[in-house]
Write a new protein. Sequence first.
Length: 93
Amino acid sequence: MMWLWTEPGEPDLNAVPPAALMKDYHLRFVATQNELVEKILIFGDGLDDRVIEFLKLILHAQASEGNHPLEGELFFAGLGGDRAGKSRLSLST
């Protein structure tokens, strides 16, 4: 389940169904439509969004260390493949 929360402050967790009813769900709160679309794409490709977020954090850190900081947010753009059958992960800003 993904929940777009655009109101100020934190979401009301009492409005979320009990965990026992949602055992096969991954609950994520997102603040923008872009983040919502990204989560849909990530889950649609069968990936773990936590790994993608960690990868983006590493890319930002490496770019900053090399004096070439990335501007703006990185968003997952999908998976692709090459002629050799290797998967490629695409990110966009």
